[in-house]
Design a protein around this ligand. Structure first.
Ligand SMILES: NC(=O)c1ccc[n+]([C@@H]2O[C@H](COP(=O)([O-])OP(=O)(O)OC[C@H]3O[C@@H](n4cnc5c(N)ncnc54)[C@H](O)[C@@H]3O)[C@@H](O)[C@H]2O)c1
Length: 270
């Protein structure tokens, strides 16, 4: 399908995992891509950090699909760098139609009251404040281009449920839904739609490196020992999330805004 022919999509956390899947899926639909990523490890998470080689590989794969791909090493916590990237995107492409706020980290600890302040702050800065900063930097450019558009924020099944051992992640993912709904109100009159995806268990470096799942299962066997998925699918490929995002940014979702879409094999219905 070519639902995004002639359009430009910006993706945060585009080096690997779901971010790379978004880049490829939207490019398959005809979009040119701007993918940025911090490409550095973090203080708190056990999982590996992405690298510049990962981000360059995303660009190579998009270009194999005959689409343009601009990449940049930018931290979603750095408003100045984000604003510069928005300006550069407009200078290079002249428009921004889709913004996928996808970046994230997953840090865990046994109990919320034992968490160090810096650990709480890192997750909140990256995933909640960082999500707001990405929208703050790119929305003016979207409005300036005047083509309407679509923003998709990545929450989680933890945007609706608690995850013991991961209070900052849970709080940030709940908060993203507040950001999404507020922006949907404010941007509706500008024909910019704003929605969120709530992924379930996705097969990426976040979940498959560093032993976070295994450690959490030791601390909270009741939570992690139960497979709540209603479909027998196990860890899902990141492309299932990218398929949902491609739908949300396409005209097939022209009348959908302010929605939080679970893509979790039924996990959150449990
Ligand atoms: N994997 C899962 O099971 C799962 C489930 C629910 C939600 N999510 C969410 O999906 C999103 C994508 O995660 P993933 O599974 O692809 O993990 P991932 O670790 O493979 O990818 C996340 C990417 O975000 C980047 N990133 C992190 N902080 C950044 C920052 N401050 N600035 C720029 N880039 C930054 C990382 O470098 C990495 O490339 C995240 O928001 C995550 O919280 C993941």
């Amino acid at each position: 399908m070519n639902r995004l022919e002639g359009k430009v999509a910006v993706i945060s956390g585009g080096a690997r995992g779901q971010g790379r899947a978004h880049a490829l899926r939207l490019a398959q639909e005809g979009a040119d891509i701007v993918a940025f990523d911090v490409c550095e490890p973090f203080r708190t998470p056990r999982h590996t950090g992405a690298t510049m080689e990962d981000l360059a590989e995303t660009a190579r794969l998009v270009e194999d699909l005959d689409r343009r791909c601009m990449i940049a090493q930018v931290d979603a916590r750095d408003l100045g760098a984000l604003t510069s990237l928005a300006e550069k995107t407009m200078a290079e492409f002249g428009r921004i139609d889709a913004l996928i706020v996808n970046h994230g980290i997953w840090a865990v600890g046994p109990n919320s009251w034992e968490l160090e302040e810096a650990d709480w702050q890192e997750s909140i800065d990256v995933m909640l404040t960082g999500a707001w900063k990405v929208t703050k930097a790119f929305i003016p450019a979207m409005l300036e281009a005047g083509n309407g558009g679509s923003i998709v924020l990545t929450s989680s099944a933890m945007g609706k449920h608690a995850q013991p051992g991961s209070i900052a992640y849970t709080a940030a993912k709940h908060g993203i839904l507040g950001v999404m709904r507020t922006l949907a109100w404010e941007l509706g009159p500008h024909s910019v739609r704003v929605n969120a995806i709530m992924p379930g268990s996705i097969n990426t470096s976040m979940t498959q490196t560093g032993g976070t799942v295994e450690q959490s299962a030791e601390w909270y066997p009741r939570f992690f020992g139960t497979d709540r998925s209603l479909l027998p699918v196990g860890w899902m490929d990141p492309m299932v999330i990218a398929n949902a995002a491609a739908f949300l940014v396409s005209d097939d979702a022209a009348f959908i805004t302010g929605a939080a879409l679970p893509v979790d094999a039924g996990w959150s219905a449990y």
